[in-house]
Design a protein around this ligand. Structure first.
Ligand SMILES: NC(=O)c1ccc[n+]([C@@H]2O[C@H](COP(=O)([O-])OP(=O)(O)OC[C@H]3O[C@@H](n4cnc5c(N)ncnc54)[C@H](OP(=O)(O)O)[C@@H]3O)[C@@H](O)[C@H]2O)c1
Length: 272
């Protein structure tokens, strides 16, 4: 007997990521998933408009997370941190799981996620690319295996419009390296170097950022020993990889017990 597709609700449907996720769902590549509905910020000019040919004329854009959470098994959130509390409340009320892709979360947002995760399954990921999820695990293992004699440097390239540096993904990769080393990244990171006293400190993790053009995001983790180097690269060619990773995460999360999950859990790798 065929299993019914997992019902997916999309938040921020008018945004770049929300639109990419809805386009993926309508592409026919995800037979195990079905769009249950989508919402935008209240007052958004597109509220009431159709969601696209692939989903039939009856499906229109709404603004209330409560009915969406009741109609969906998993919600996918790529909006703003300010929207998170209402989304978590709606998911707890509707017993829906949640994939949080929104970035810029502060400690109090993480506390809200932890609280909701006592009742529902929540997967939060600043980068939903499965390639980056794997890279993150590889970096942790490499840092652990090679030990403190190997210098670790993380560099990233992003488009000219990106305002923050280093990227959240570079910092997450740094956190993986620090975990592997058993050190505190906050105490041991070097961000950019300039001037005559810029020699790296042994055991620190260095970061450098390049900006230019339209690059979606390249990350390179360098492990440099005496007389040899390892370079671990990930190159994002477009935002579709984040949409696909979020959908893979949603499919994986459906039916999982309450708790907080991370994107590398989706890869089903051996435990650390
Ligand atoms: N995890 C990842 O891999 C990944 C990848 C890419 C982006 N991101 C993050 O995902 C977020 C969205 O990125 P984006 O590029 O798609 O941004 P965007 O184009 O600005 O889209 C965000 C959308 O959410 C809408 N929105 C705001 N408040 C809402 C609410 N309360 N309910 C429903 N919708 C609401 C916005 O509407 P208005 O414009 O009308 O306010 C906008 O349409 C950002 O935090 C970004 O950094 C994460």
């Amino acid at each position: 007997m065929n299993k019914a597709p997992v019902r997916i609700g999309v938040l921020g449907a008018g945004g770049r990521m929300g639109a990419a996720i809805i386009a993926e769902l309508g592409s026919g590549s995800w037979p195990g998933l079905a769009l249950a509905g989508a919402i935008e910020r209240a007052g958004h000019p597109d509220i009431g408009s159709r969601l696209g040919e692939a989903f039939g004329p009856a499906m229109t854009l709404g603004s209330n997370p409560q009915p969406l959470a009741h109609a969906s098994q998993v919600l996918i959130d790529f909006t703003t941190p300010a929207a998170l509390e209402a989304t978590l409340d709606a998911c707890c009320d509707g017993r829906a799981a949640l994939v949080v892709g929104t970035t810029g979360l502060e400690p109090h947002h993480h506390a809200l996620i932890d609280r909701a995760a006592a009742n529902i399954a929540v997967l939060q990921a600043a980068n939903t690319s499965l390639g980056v999820a794997l890279l993150s695990r590889l970096v942790e293992q490499a840092a652990r295996a090679l030990g403190p004699d190997w210098d670790i440097e993380i560099s990233e390239l992003h488009h000219r419009q990106k305002s923050d540096a280093p990227s959240g993904t570079a910092l997450a990769l740094g956190a993986s390296a620090a975990r592997g080393r058993g050190i505190d990244l906050g105490q041991r990171s070097e961000r950019g170097r300039d001037g005559v006293s810029a020699r790296r400190q042994p055991g620190n993790i260095g970061f450098s950022s390049l900006r230019g053009g339209t690059a979606a995001g390249d990350h390179m983790v360098l492990l440099a020993g005496d007389g040899e180097r390892i370079e671990l690269w990930h190159r994002a060619e477009n935002r579709v990889i984040f949409a696909r990773g979020a959908l893979r995460a949603a499919a994986w999360l459906a039916g999982k017990p309450a708790g907080r999950y991370a994107i590398d859990d989706v890869l089903d790798l051996p435990d650390r």
